[in-house]
Structures are given as structure tokens and as C-alpha cells.
Design a binder for this molecule. Structure first.
Ligand code: 7TS
Length: 423
């Protein structure tokens, strides 16, 4: 943890110690102050999308009010200002991930698009019949289906790392799956349905022994853990802006520079070309080769502001606070009758999925909503996880750095009401 540093996280006041001043931070998120169903909002659906600090909201308004313009093509003033802001955001993402060059950052629509991009470029070019792609049994659908699609097309095989009853990957099974046929390992950093933090460093090293490329789905990882893609040595790392306190419609794909240079384009159009004629088109350099058409300019700029905001608070302090909340919530929920936590890995992030005896998750969610508590219910786009644990759905509370222990108490009281209603 960072200690003893005087930081002015979240606005103007000095925190002056390693703990977060959560009440101060909450002032930066206008949405958190509202009431839902006559109760103060308790927002515990951060794994689906996180709330936005005022600096992000203001950046969006400022862009449209003062310098809305297309980028990389105008000599006029507004275009230059917008281009500079967009490219600055790329450098912010580079620093967040500790990528060695800014061209290794590609702005995409979301994690989903990032994974499709890799499957349709790297996968399309490198996979041959009989090759294998390894994913895990705890992947979000967006890290399964794009691989399934390209495997079908190439007559390649999708292999799946199984998980144990705690929701941990079985590393000895992973080792057995790896071979000279493995071209890609695509695995999530943190499971959105179970909260498991996977040992990706070790998994990347194991994959590299077979020269397989590794894509890390960082949709849940990037907002909650400090990252260093150079130390990790993964080929690709993907995350979504909207789970990182930024806007929807923008995300980041990191790829190793030399590898990106060697890949064909994903989509064709403006911006990704150097020259076009009906006889021949030459493609632009990385990252522009992968950013066809007018991108989400304001999205990238506002994501840059979110990155500044998060870095200012400090991902280590965020991880520490969220871990405290997670431990407290786990302890409180474990004491409740008729409630079972799904996903009890030794290494977990601040995501708690649970089921209640004879009560459907949607009923849990509806009653909690009456108390102002927002949780997600359903299969969380991870149906294989539901199958593995033989449940149709779970209720899921997922925490961010602006959540408090008092909010955990409201959740626990709300679940008490659920029990009252159904027993
Ligand atoms: N990967 C993981 C691990 C995710 O949790 C999600 C979204 C995605 C990929 C896809 O992200 P997107 O931004 O491209 O949609 N997870 C969730 C969730 O848990 N609830 O809603 C969306």
C-alpha cells in the first residue's frame, strides 16, 4: 500500500494517509446522492457498469460545448485540439497499463470488441485446422463466443480449463491442456460471476512455454487492480471504459507492438489506410490500422479523465478498500440463513454471487430494489458458470471504492427482508 503520502484524491481535500476518504470521494459522484424507491441509493452493481465522477461528466460536456470536431484530418483549430486530447488519452491508457509505447493502445468500443478484434485478426491469420484455443470455464460469453466462431471457421478446437467447487481454475488441468497445438490462451483476470482472481502471471508463463499468445480479459481486472502489462508479458489485455468509471462505447485493447504490426486490419474504412485506389490499398500504421472510421472521440477523452481520477486515488488504495469491504460483506452474508455464496476462491475480488434456498434471484433483486439496493441478478453472461454450479442464476453484489460498510449493512438488512417475505 502507499502510506504516508499526502494525496488530494477526489477533489480538493487532503487525505494525508493511505485510507480513502470515502465520504469525500462520494461527493465526486453526483448519481450516488439520489433516492431510489424512497431510500438512499446503494449501488452494488459495479461489475455491470461503474458510476462516473463529475470530471468525466464535465469532460463530455466540455468536448461538445467547446471543441467538438473530427480528429486526425482537420488543419483547423478545433480538429487539432480534439486530436491532441484524443491522443493524450491514449498516453494515459498506456501509463495505466505500463505499456512501453502509446501505439500499443487501440481504442475500441468495449472489451467485447477488443476480443472480437483479436479473434478476427490474430485468430484468423494464425489459426489452422487442428490448432487449439484454450479458454476457461469461468469466461464471460464475450471471451467464449468470438473464439468459438473463429474455431468453427478454421476447424480449430476450443479447449476449456475446468474449475473446482470454490471457483478456482485447476492449474494442473490447464497444464495438461497446453501443447504445441495451443495457439491462444484467452482467460479472464477476474471472474465477473464468481469474483475469482486468476493467477494470470503464472498462466501467461505456462502458455509461453508452448509459444501460445495470451489474451487477458481485464474487464473486471483493470478497474480494481494495479497493472503492468510489461511485467505480465501478455500479448493482449482488454478492458471497457464504462466499468472503469468512464463512458460506455469506449474500451482499450493493449497489444504488443511488434505483434500488432504483423496483424491484418480488423475493419476497413477511413483512417485505417495510407492510400486507396481500386487496384490497391495500403494500410496505416498501428494503432490507426485498427481504428477504422470516426472513433468515439469524446469517449476516449472522458476515459482519459477517468484514468487520471483513478490513478490520483491510487489503484493500490482502491484494492485495499475494496478488499476490506469484500471481507466485511462476506462475513455478514455468511451468517445469514438460507444463503450460499457461489465462488469462494482463496483469491477473490470485491464481487459476491449468492443464491438463496427456494427463492429465485430475480425475487431477491426485486425486494432489494425496494430498499434502494441495486444488485445484478441472472446468469451474468456466464452461463457455463451457472451450469458448473447447477444454479439457474445468482444475485450478485459488486463493490467499488465509493461503497461503504454502512451500505453493506443495508444490503444485509434487505436480505433479511427477503427472508421475511418468503418464509
Ligand atoms: N468480460 C468480463 C469479465 C465482463 O465482466 C464483461 C461484462 C465483459 C467481458 C464484457 O464487457 P462489455 O463492456 O464489452 O460488455 N460484464 C458484465 C457483467 O458482469 N454484468 O454486466 C456486464
Amino acid at each position: 500500500m502507499t502510506t504516508g503520502q499526502s494525496m488530494t484524491a477526489a477533489g480538493s481535500s487532503s487525505i494525508g494517509e493511505s485510507r480513502l476518504d470515502v465520504e469525500q470521494i462520494r461527493q465526486d459522484f453526483p448519481i450516488l446522492g439520489q433516492q431510489v424507491n424512497g431510500k438512499p441509493l446503494v449501488y452494488l452493481d459495479n461489475a455491470a457498469t461503474a458510476q462516473k465522477p463529475r470530471v468525466v461528466i464535465d469532460a463530455i460536456q466540455e468536448y461538445y460545448q467547446t471543441y467538438n470536431s473530427n480528429i486526425h484530418r482537420g488543419v483547423h483549430h478545433l480538429s487539432q485540439v480534439a486530436t491532441e486530447a484524443y491522443e493524450k488519452a491514449r498516453v494515459k491508457a498506456q501509463r495505466l497499463l505500463n505499456a512501453s509505447e502509446s501505439r500499443e493502445i487501440i481504442f475500441v468500443r468495449s472489451t467485447t470488441e477488443a476480443i472480437n478484434l483479436v479473434a478476427q485478426t490474430f485468430g484468423r491469420e494464425r489459426l489452422q485446422a487442428g490448432d487449439e484455443v484454450v479458454v476457461s470455464a469461468m469466461e464471460h460469453h464475450s471471451n467464449i463466443v468470438p473464439w468459438q466462431m473463429i474455431c468453427q471457421e478454421k476447424d480449430a478446437r476450443l479447449r476449456v480449463i475446468p474449475i473446482n467447487d470454490k471457483g478456482e481454475l485447476l492449474l494442473e488441468e490447464y497444464e495438461r491442456l497446453l501443447s504445441e497445438r495451443t495457439r491462444v490462451v484467452a482467460v479472464t483476470h477476474i471472474s465477473n460471476a464468481l469474483g475469482t482472481i486468476n493467477p494470470i502471471e503464472q498462466m501467461i508463463e505456462m502458455a509461453h512455454q508452448y509459444d501460445a499468445a495470451v489474451l487477458i480479459d481485464g474487464a473486471q481486472g483493470a478497474p480494481h487492480l494495479p497493472l503492468d502489462v510489461q511485467a505480465l508479458d501478455c500479448e493482449f489485455y482488454a478492458f471497457s471504459g464504462h466499468k472503469f468509471y468512464g463512458p460506455t462505447g469506449v474500451g482499450v485493447l493493449y497489444g504488443k507492438g511488434d505483434l500488432l504490426d504483423s496483424l491484418p486490419p480488423y475493419q476497413g474504412g477511413g483512417e485505417m489506410i495510407l492510400s486507396v485506389s481500386f487496384e490497391e490499398t495500403t494500410y496505416n500504421v498501428v494503432p490507426h490500422r485498427f481504428e477504422a472510421g470516426t472513433p468515439n472521440i469524446v469517449g476516449a477523452i472522458a476515459l482519459g479523465k477517468a484514468i487520471d481520477y483513478v490513478i490520483h486515488i491510487g489503484l493500490e488504495r482502491i484494492a485495499y478498500h475494496e478488499d476490506e469491504l469484500f471481507r466485511y460483506a462476506t462475513q455478514q452474508l455468511s451468517g445469514l440463513p438460507d444463503l450460499t455464496i457461489i465462488g469462494t476462491a482463496d483469491s477473490k475480488a470485491s464481487i459476491i454471487s449468492f443464491v438463496m434456498d427456494d427463492i429465485h434471484a430475480h425475487d431477491v433483486g426485486t425486494i432489494l430494489d425496494q430498499e434502494g439496493v441495486a444488485v445484478r441478478t441472472g446468469h451474468h453472461c456466464a452461463q457455463p458458470v451457472m451450469d458448473r454450479f447447477e444454479v439457474p442464476a445468482t444475485s450478485r453484489a459488486s463493490f467499488a471504492f465509493y461503497n461503504t460498510k454502512e451500505e453493506v449493512d443495508v444490503l444485509v438488512e434487505g436480505i433479511g427482508k427477503v427472508i421475511e417475505v418468503f418464509k
